[in-house]
Ligand binder design. Structure first.
Ligand SMILES: N[C@@H](CCC(=O)N[C@@H](CS)C(=O)NCC(=O)O)C(=O)O
Length: 244
């Protein structure tokens, strides 16, 4: 009997993408929590899987040729799982390109820009004595995120899902469209996105994936919060430099 796929996970948008994919594809998997606020992403064992010291990462004991394979970067993980399962990642070239352009748009745009908007709007305030220093960054990333929501709004015109049929692109985008308010976005300004987010959020597999992340979510500290634990975690997460 083959062993389950190990998903190295923490309950952030990037983490949720891969549990959603695993649930949607009906894969046999186990969640391996990586508490990034406690620095577990820097353990030698995890770094061997993810040299970028970021989760998610995956270890499939039954990779190509029946041998183990590890994958880091959420987009690469979604593509790997899509190929492995033969689901939600079409093989027809035109359909595949359509999925991939939205997938890479998320990984290279919506994720980093949404992350920065969240950082300047919610976390940096707890680390900066003079709040005026935050305004430029908060405005820049909130505006860019707003622009990206406009791209989603137009992309969904006349379509239920980003690439026509539901795919790994929707799985990548959905967790990043899940927390709009804290990032300065009013979903009512983007009705196509709102309807799509509701449609995806209603899927049983998505709900199962979010429920499976709950145990880790209960252990996660609010990084915008007060208190010694939140402060210690902010020190681990923010201000990292090259490690040698
Ligand atoms: N491009 C990466 C980004 C992954 C990423 O940024 N993960 C964050 C959590 S959302 C992380 O592990 N952070 C740990 C840290 O900042 O030390 C991907 O798509 O997988």
């Amino acid at each position: 009997m083959t062993k389950p796929i190990e998903l190295y996970f923490w309950p952030t948008p990037n983490g949720h993408k891969v549990t959603i994919a695993a649930e949607e594809m009906g894969l046999d998997y186990e969640i391996r929590p990586v508490n990034i606020g406690r620095g577990e992403q820097f353990s030698p064992a995890f770094e061997a899987l993810s040299p970028n010291n970021r989760m998610p990462a995956l270890l499939d004991p039954d990779g190509p040729g029946g041998k183990p394979i590890s994958v880091f970067e959420s987009g690469a993980i979604l593509q790997y799982l899509g190929r492995k399962s033969g689901k939600f990642y079409p093989t027809d070239e035109r359909a595949r390109v359509d999925v991939e352009q939205w997938l890479f748009w998320q990984v290279g745009g919506l994720g980093p820009m949404g992350g920065q908007a969240n950082h300047f709007r919610n976390y940096a305030a707890a680390m900066t004595a003079d709040q005026r220093h935050l305004a430029y960054g908060a405005n820049r990333y909130t505006n860019e995120l707003n622009r990206l929501y406009g791209v989603m709004e137009r992309g969904l015109e006349g379509r239920d899902y980003f690439a026509g049929d539901y795919s790994i692109a929707d799985m990548a985008i959905w967790p990043w469209a899940y927390y709009p308010n804290s990032r300065g976005i009013d979903l009512d300004d983007f009705p196509n996105v709102k309807a799509w987010a509701t449609r995806v959020g209603a899927r049983e597999a998505v709900q199962r994936a979010m429920a499976k992340g709950q145990a880790a979510r209960d252990r996660a500290v609010d990084l915008a919060g007060a208190g010694a634990d939140a402060e210690a975690q902010r020190k681990i997460l923010f201000g990292q430099r090259a490690r040698r």
